[in-house]
Design a protein around this ligand. Structure first.
Ligand SMILES: O=C(O)CCC(=O)C(=O)O
Length: 272
């Protein structure tokens, strides 16, 4: 499908060739290529993290909502508001940190498209024994190039706190787990002898990582009663994902050439 847009594809490739990666970034690229995961704290600007944490805390409802049947993910509450999608907002700037963009660009071989921004409050619902939707193991199948920047904004210390968990890419490659049904149980993974390879990501608020969710089976937000997790998630895909995305980013100022490529569907807003 990228071949339908050869000019855009070449522009994205050219942008990649102009980027210089530090040895630490090269290591991160290698880690994601091999295991699908790398810690990202070293690539996150401390001031931006503090700004994100403060903005995210300000979005927390006074009363934590209980799980409701609003959508298929009854444990998932989207907290971002319209103005959080302005190009100037911390939620957009956080995803645009140069090392993050450079690593993802290198992984994709082209400048990525920032397809989704989420401030997700997830809460206990059915209990950890009865997971549903993305609490069960799955691959994100909308594009073969899919990398998420995750940062916890509350502490995730034990399994009770609903850690994001993944099976390393190298192990997913060797186990032939059928793609359908999309959401798989622990027992399904046990049958393929890969549940034991699951890696839950624990850490205090500020714990951050890049994860290839197309190549790694993953799940998360399985809480013990009364627990919750606040996380910011930025999803990067190629510009020609199988599923069309609208990231809702609003260009409330003039965008750089890089931003125009990464935001993609909003570059015309300033000209209107
Ligand atoms: O809640 C979680 O940690 C799982 C999230 C997830 O499956 C995803 O972002 O693709």
């Amino acid at each position: 499908m990228c071949m339908l847009h050869p000019l855009e594809y070449f522009t994205r490739q050219r942008m990649r060739r102009s980027m210089q990666l530090s040895p630490e970034m090269v290591e991160a690229v290698n880690a994601v290529e091999t295991s699908g995961y790398c810690a990202a704290e070293n690539f996150i600007d401390g001031n931006l993290f503090e700004e994100l944490q403060a903005a995210a805390n300000a979005h927390l409802p006074e009363e934590i909502p209980s799980a409701t049947q609003q959508n298929s993910k009854i444990y998932w509450h989207h907290l971002m508001q319209r103005e959080d999608f302005d190009a100037d907002s911390i939620f957009v700037r956080f995803a645009m940190q140069q090392p993050v963009i450079q690593i993802v660009t290198q992984l994709f071989g082209q400048t990525p498209h920032l397809t989704m921004l989420e401030l997700a409050l997830t809460v206990a619902d059915n209990g950890p024994q009865n997971p549903s939707a993305s609490q069960r193991w799955h691959y994100d199948l909308a594009d073969s190039k899919t990398v998420k920047l995750f940062i916890y904004l509350t502490d995730v210390s034990t399994n009770d706190d609903g850690p994001f968990s993944y099976i390393p890419k190298s192990i997913c490659r060797t186990a032939v787990v059928p793609q359908f049904p999309v959401h798989k149980s622990d027992q399904d993974l046990e049958k393929h002898q890969i549940l034991k390879s699951a890696k839950p990501v624990y850490g205090p608020s500020g714990t951050s990582f890049l994860i290839d969710t197309y190549n790694c089976l993953h799940s998360g937000s399985r809480f013990a009663p009364g627990h919750k997790r606040l996380a910011y998630i930025a999803t990067f895909n190629s510009f020609c994902a199988w599923r069309p995305y609208t990231n809702n980013i609003f260009a409330n100022r003039r965008l750089s050439d890089l931003e125009k490529l990464v935001f993609r569907n909003n570059e015309k807003r300033m000209e209107q």
